[in-house]
Design a protein around this ligand. Structure first.
Ligand code: MTE
Ligand code: MO
Length: 412
């Protein structure tokens, strides 16, 4: 039992016998109510009963679980996207309701019983497949990240990991390998590309090299153990591990095999990057390796002493090989510990135990992937691109720790 400071505990001791207390909270409450105590003490007891979970039976099991009302996890939506709150998450799997969203014209409502996928073009025999048909093929589950190529923001020191790069999330995806479907339709050996088309109001289309289809492309109908969410492409989507997110066409309705790319709007006027000398780069498929410290990061408040620096790192080209941490603004680097398992084309957790002396400093993380590619500094990237942002912008992020414990983004 809690006693409000300032009240005399002797009152409690004299009016409530030890036996009555042992008899249960209800009995104790009655005794207390009868006793001529200050009302503040009564209020405190009632409060204690409400907040002591051992004193009242809990809520019975329900049909679906819910997040604790004390956990305020939100995606922060805009008209066209919503971002994963990376700074509030643990481990590497993104809860499905917090998976980022990027929709070119909203989330369509699709009845799986009426939805069909057509596969045609340079094939021996065209096919029309329903969700039920897809589920009859051998299934595969794989944990992978999905990242939008436009996943970069800067411009204020008060940006959180969610604001800076919340357009990346990770799930366990289940579906059928596209290669299985390719064999079923008998892809013409002369086919070099395929088109994927969505059935949303944007009818989003992208051309994909055939090799990706044979290699590790999937048509996925499940996410983290349940049917894929409408926002992620229900009843199924294309999933291209490690490729920029926009190619993983959601609400997939058509695949056409061909011997040339289609040069659709989303790969000519959009999703191309200006590079130096007035040129542009298109068909930039792979997500470049990136890492970000998610703690401590804005808006966290920290104290001097031991701090476990935590974050995630990933690469669209394979596994994370190493993450290094700098606690002196990039002058020196030390290896962080990777939290296994380290999976191919997947968010990988890292941690680094550090004792902060309370003086202003800047912490950074830098990833190297298994191809040897190392995450660039903002300066190097901006110089190489001749731009300060745009698609595939993956610079090292720095967090400035202020003596009063504030953590602010270092821009540039
Ligand atoms: N049909 C369709 N597919 C789509 C999109 C879309 O608007 N329509 N958005 C693309 C973009 S730009 C990205 S980054 C990913 C986002 O996937 P998510 O919303 O499941 O996170 O889906 C891609 N696939
Ligand atoms: Mo995207």
């Amino acid at each position: 039992m809690k006693v409000i400071p300032g009240e005399k505990p002797t009152l409690l001791q004299t009016k409530v016998s030890r036996r009555k207390l042992l008899g249960g909270a209800a009995a104790a409450a009655v005794v207390l109510a009868e006793a001529p105590f200050a009302s503040a003490v009564q209020a405190a007891v009632t409060q204690a009963e409400l907040t002591d979970p051992t004193k009242i039976p809990g809520v019975p099991p329900g049909q679906v679980g819910t997040r604790s009302a004390f956990e305020k996890l939100v995606k922060k939506p805009s008209d066209i996207s919503s971002r994963t709150p990376l700074q509030d998450l643990f481990g590497t799997i993104t809860p499905s309701d917090l998976h980022f969203e990027r929709n070119h014209n909203g989330v369509p409502a699709i009845d799986p019983a009426k939805h069909e996928l057509v596969i045609h073009g340079m094939v021996e025999k065209s096919l029309v497949l329903t969700l039920a048909d897809l589920k009859r093929f051998p299934s595969v589950s794989r944990i992978c990240f999905l990242e939008c190529s436009g996943n970069f923001r800067s411009g204020s020191e008060k940006l959180s990991p969610q604001d800076i790069c919340g357009l990346t999330s990770q799930s366990e995806w289940t579906g059928v390998m596209l290669s299985t479907i390719f064999r079923q339709v008998g892809v013409n050996p002369k086919a070099t590309w395929f088109l994927a088309e969505g059935s949303d109001a944007a009818v989003m289309t992208r051309s994909i090299p055939i090799q990706k289809g044979w290699d590790d492309a999937m048509i996925v109908y499940a996410q983290n153990g349940e049917a894929i969410r409408p926002e992620q492409g229900y009843p199924f989507r294309l999933f291209l591990p490690g490729y920029e997110g926009n190619m993983s066409i959601k609400w997939l309705r058509r695949i056409e095999l061909s011997d040339a790319p289609y040069m659709t709007r989303e790969e000519t006027s959009k999703y191309t990057e200006p590079v130096k000398d007035g040129k542009i780069r298109y068909f930039s498929f792979d997500i470049d390796a990136r890492s970000i410290i998610t703690f401590p990061a804005y808006p966290a408040q920290v104290q001097k002493g031991w701090i476990e620096i935590r974050g995630i790192a990933w690469s669209g080209r394979g596994k994370v090989q190493q993450v290094e941490i700098s606690t002196d603004a990039g002058k020196s680097w030390n290896p962080a510990q990777l939290s296994g398992p380290v999976l191919d084309k997947a968010h990988t957790g890292f941690r680094y135990l550090w004792q902060w002396d309370g003086r202003e400093t800047e912490i950074q993380s830098r990833v190297t992937d298994e191809t040897g590619y190392q995450q660039p500094t903002y300066k190097a990237l901006a110089a190489a691109r001749g731009s300060k942002g745009g698609y595939h912008f993956n610079p090292i992020t720095g967090w400035v720790l202020k003596p009063d414990g504030r953590v602010l983004l270092r821009n540039g």
